[in-house]
Design a binder for this molecule. Structure first.
Ligand code: SF4
Ligand code: SF4
Length: 299
């Protein structure tokens, strides 16, 4: 976690009550995710499409999809019940920016109704650069981008395909486009002063050795926080799209890579890989208490 004395004052203000960006804040403030974004524009080999986006969430979880209006009602109900609520994010169940109309409408409704709340989104980054202006206008000042590699050959093992500008790409070509777009996206965020966290899913034998090098590039691009997440591949979480039989990293391997990468970018170690409809403090999940049927029986 980041040392407070190394953080400039403007940035401190942005992270002070954000439970994910500040280790100190995560015992004091609550977050909620609004599951309004069902579609995805890429296929990660570690994703099972029946479940929430594995770039932010633990596998094996299915969140209840909401319309933007239902999302607003739920956010208002949660804010009333949990006064420590400081952050509302959109993290799935697919990729928020592959559903730009639903995502932007939700962010705009929340921004209008709850002007003081922090807004954030997570994305695979494929279309991020096209949306940075709009995110800025809506006051989204925290964005998480999942970047697993900067090497197109490694990328070809991690992604089955991407769908970009009306075409499907596979293999090294898909990797090249995705990486280029991700880097353009984080550069645009840095230019606008939007705080950026990068998630990387650590996949032993595929991208583990590359992650320290990746973190050097993230540093150059002013990424604030790097969250190296262990691949979770237990059979009870369902079959992956690809990567059949892929093992998870050992805790010692994860610690070692985080240590190496931590020399470049501060590491987030308290991420809970929350579901796309998570509610409450990071360590708890109160989503079941706020089912939309109870809040708004007539959608
Ligand atoms: Fe699944 Fe990857 Fe799309 Fe997330 S970005 S929903 S993990 S395919
Ligand atoms: Fe924060 Fe991680 Fe949960 Fe996202 S998944 S809300 S970064 S703890």
């Amino acid at each position: 976690e980041r040392r407070a004395d190394a953080t400039p004052a403007g940035v401190k203000q942005k992270v002070i009550n954000h439970p994910c960006y500040s280790n100190d804040a995560h015992h004091k403030y609550a977050r909620m995710h609004l599951p309004v974004a069902p579609a995805c524009n890429i296929q990660c080999n570690y994703c099972n499409r029946k479940y929430d986006c594995a770039n932010e969430s633990r596998p094996g979880v299915v969140s209840e999809l909401l319309t933007p209006k239902q999302a607003l009602l739920k956010a208002q109900a949660v804010a009333k019940a949990i006064p420590q609520l400081s952050v509302i994010g959109i993290a799935g169940p697919g990729d928020p920016l592959a559903n730009p109309v639903r995502t932007m409408e939700t962010l705009a409704l929340i921004r209008a109704a709850m002007p003081d709340i922090k807004l954030c989104i997570s994305t695979n980054g494929l279309t991020l650069v096209d949306h940075v202006d709009e995110l800025l206008k809506l006051g989204v000042d925290h964005v998480t981008v999942t970047i697993n590699t900067l090497d197109e050959v490694i990328a070809a093992q991690i992604y089955k395909w991407i769908y970009f500008e009306g075409r499907r790409y596979e293999g090294v070509e898909a990797g090249r486009i995705l990486i280029q777009r991700q880097m353009e996206g984080i550069a645009a965020l840095a230019k606008e002063g939007i705080l950026t966290k990068v998630n990387s899913v650590m996949i032993p034998g595929i991208n583990d050795g590359h992650l320290p090098e990746l973190s050097r590039e993230l540093r150059r691009n002013k990424v604030f926080l790097h969250n190296i997440m262990p691949l979770i591949s237990k059979p009870e979480h369902g079959t992956f799209f690809g990567l059949v039989g892929q093992r998870e990293p050992l805790t010692t391997e994860l610690d070692e890579v985080r240590e190496l990468a931590g020399g470049n970018v501060s590491q987030m170690k308290h991420c809970q890989q929350c579901r796309a409809d998570a509610v409450g403090m990071l360590e708890e999940d109160r989503s079941a208490e706020f089912s939309i049927e109870d809040i708004n029986p007539e959608p």
